[in-house]
Design a protein around this ligand. Structure first.
Ligand code: NDP
Length: 340
């Protein structure tokens, strides 16, 4: 596909994240546009299309996947639908940017990635945080040896779930509800990216602190052990109103402090390097919108240049870690993370 050819994106799922972030990100690229949206209800599809100026509205997967104007689909339905929709899109020859978690089981996620690969289409996972200038700076500094050998990491990703999102996430286990599949998978991806290492095992405890129902956890704390030896603690919640987020990595020769870096806003977050009794703020460079960068790299990959910022394999790995955390919470045991 040539660089000048326009990429038509179709939205599978009339979702909040598409409305608040992705439509603008897709339109922010010179050669891509949103050409259609699909909802399970035609009235919702039409209303959403009218509000967001999307030309075409559909209420079936077959219809949107048969539209020749669509090259790429962005899947942001509830989590239990991602697998079947990705498989159908791959079979229709559409490239797929899928939301996290990719699926509710590793077998489904592996099948999604294998089917996309066999179909020769690009597949990505929408882990936005690794697009942040802050996290890319943390990764670079660690790779350059700025803190020596990393020994420990801490992730603070406990937030208050905005009221408009207090729906299926809190009450529908069958849709993959809960803070682990919503937020811990992002921590997992970001830590893998920053440390350039894989998680070997996890242990965790979860709680219901007033928002989750039907056994759905709204808070979790735990520890991941990476193959290289790093121990990473994480705290994820929908229930914490007043805390800042953060990611820290502590090494033999220094510490990196990412203050308020687990957010969707590119302007948030500062990075500090502490060593030998001094602390300096690190310049993280240009702060591109996280979702714009994800779309930019995805479009490039469709044109044969490079890879999406987070691939399908990355989505399998973050899901494997999320499922291991869920299993640890259920069993009270440490759980080894399955291979991709
Ligand atoms: P929403 O709840 O906004 O949308 C999910 C689905 O719920 C939609 O596909 C829609 O079904 C249905 N729905 C939405 N609003 C209504 C309504 N008013 N009445 C009836 N049905 C409705 O989900 P989110 O945008 O919060 O999340 C979607 C996906 O994106 C999830 O997989 C989530 O994990 C992921 N996500 C990722 C983020 C990231 O930064 N990477 C951030 C937020 C979410 P239909 O399409 O059939 O109309």
């Amino acid at each position: 596909m040539s660089n000048s050819a326009r990429l038509g994106w179709g939205l599978i799922g009339a979702s909040d994240i598409a409305r608040t972030r992705m439509v603008e990100a897709i339109r922010g690229q010179p050669n891509s546009d949103v050409v259609a949206v699909m909802s399970s209800q035609i009235a919702r599809a039409r209303g959403y299309a009218a509000e967001t100026n999307i030309p075409q509205a559909y209420d079936s997967l077959d219809a949107i996947l048969s539209d020749p104007a669509i090259d790429v689909v962005y899947i942001s339905t509830t989590n239990e639908l991602h697998a079947q929709q990705t498989l159908a899109a791959a079979r229709a020859g559409k490239h797929v940017l899928c939301e996290k978690p990719l699926a509710l089981s590793l077998d489904d996620a592996r099948e999604m990635v294998a089917t996309c690969q066999a179909a020769g289409i690009v597949m990505g996972t929408n882990h936005h945080l690794r697009n942040a200038a802050t996290h890319r700076t943390l990764r670079r500094l660690i790779a350059e040896g700025a803190i020596g050998t990393p020994l420990a990491a801490r992730v603070f990703h406990a937030v208050y779930l905005p009221p408009r999102l207090q729906g299926w996430r809190l009450s529908k286990p069958e849709s993959g509800a809960g803070v682990i599949l919503d937020i811990t998978v992002h921590d997992a991806d970001t830590l893998r990216f920053v440390l350039d290492d894989e998680v070997a095992e996890v242990t965790a405890l979860a709680a219901q602190q007033g928002l989750g129902t039907s056994g759905v956890e709204d808070a979790v704390m735990g520890v991941m052990r990476f193959h290289g030896g790093v121990l990473a603690q994480f705290h994820d919640a929908f229930t914490i109103r007043h805390a800042l987020t953060g990611l820290e990595v502590h090494g033999t020769d220094g510490s990196l402090i990412g203050e308020h870096v687990m957010t969707q806003e590119p302007e948030n977050g500062r990075v500090f390097l502490r060593r030998n009794g001094t602390v300096e703020e690190v310049n993280v460079g240009e702060r591109e919108n996280l979702y714009v960068r994800a779309v930019r790299l995805f479009n490039r990959a469709v044109r044969g240049q490079g890879q999406p910022s987070a691939t399908g394999e990355d989505g399998i790995r973050s899901l494997a870690i999320g499922l291991a955390v869920q299993e640890s919470v259920r069993s009270g045991q440490r759980v080894y993370v399955q291979d991709a």
